[in-house]
Design a protein around this ligand. Structure first.
Ligand SMILES: [Zn+2]
Length: 286
């Protein structure tokens, strides 16, 4: 657990997924990235799918940020991505903390790629898709919602209709708007990032000694602290380059920490710069 102001934060691994190594590291040659990643026989690297749980006992706010891939997967697709799901990981942590699913007040959808949103819904015996957290407001940037419902041919495979259905039919969606959105949740600022996908919404928890940003797919793991090591999935590589530099500069100047959605080894990190490259100053486990 990590305490930031009145929030208690927990990083929960909801499963792992194997993605093509070339897609994970874009233009970086394998001879370089293979020094920091293990590769399977199909050239895939295994990444974690992490959820950030934030609990404020003073206000009763229980926030779940990103939800993993969920368990609505046919076998052939599970095999394609070698998904190892831990479908009960979030509910097990909530149970351990004596928090019911109905007590979750807010879900934050950084973006709607299947490995971030799938766990927020499930299918019942009648084949209906229902929300995992039925009482939570589901926050998303309005610009990303529009994009996810009309993606390009390049990224449409990342958005699954079965994951978005419940957001269309329930009254749970809440939109954040604009390039510099006003805070809507106490103690949390928004950072809007457009390099990976349009209008990704990243929360920054405001602390007394340091802030913590859930870095989403802007900086998905510690290897990608190198601003140029971006993914082939990033729609706008030059935008992500400048956004990463902006965030990393803020880390150095203010001591802001990052929480990663996809790192296998660490929940987050404090960052350092040696004049040439950024790296992990301190790995955070929470
Ligand atoms: Zn993504």
């Amino acid at each position: 657990m990590l305490k930031i102001s009145d929030f208690e934060l927990y990083s929960i691994v909801t499963g792992t997924i194997a993605l093509d190594g070339g897609a994970m590291y874009g233009v970086v040659p394998k001879v370089l990235w293979s020094k920091v990643e293990e590769v399977d026989e199909l050239n895939r690297v295994r990444i974690a799918m992490r959820t950030l749980l934030a609990i404020n006992k003073k206000t009763g706010c229980v926030m779940v940020i990103d939800g993993g891939a969920g368990d609505k997967w046919p076998q052939n697709e599970l095999d394609r991505y070698a998904i190892e799901n831990r479908p009960h990981a979030i509910s097990d942590t909530l149970k351990r903390l004596s928090v019911s699913k109905e007590s979750v007040t807010d879900v934050i959808l950084t973006h709607l790629h299947f490995d971030h949103v799938g766990g927020f819904s499930y299918s019942n015996e009648r084949g209906e898709t229902l929300p995992t957290f039925p009482c939570a407001r589901h926050w998303i940037h309005e610009g990303h919602w529009r994009h996810a419902n009309a993606p390009t041919e390049r990224d449409r495979a990342s958005f699954l209709k079965r994951d978005l259905a419940f957001l269309h039919t329930s009254n749970l969606l809440r939109f954040v708007t604009g390039d510099n959105p006003e805070p809507t949740l106490k103690g949390v600022e928004w950072f809007v990032s457009n390099g990976h996908t349009p209008y990704m919404l990243l929360p920054i928890f405001k602390g007394e000694t340091f802030d913590l940003m859930f870095a989403g797919d802007l900086i998905p793991n510690a290897n990608q602290l190198n601003p140029a090591w971006s993914m082939s999935y990033d729609l706008f590589p030059l935008t992500i380059l400048s956004e990463r530099k902006e965030v990393l500069k803020r880390c150095l100047e203010t001591g802001m920490r990052l929480a990663f959605p996809h790192d296998m080894k660490m929940a987050g990190a404090a960052v350092m710069f040696d004049g040439r490259r950024y790296s992990v100053k301190e790995a955070l486990d929470f």
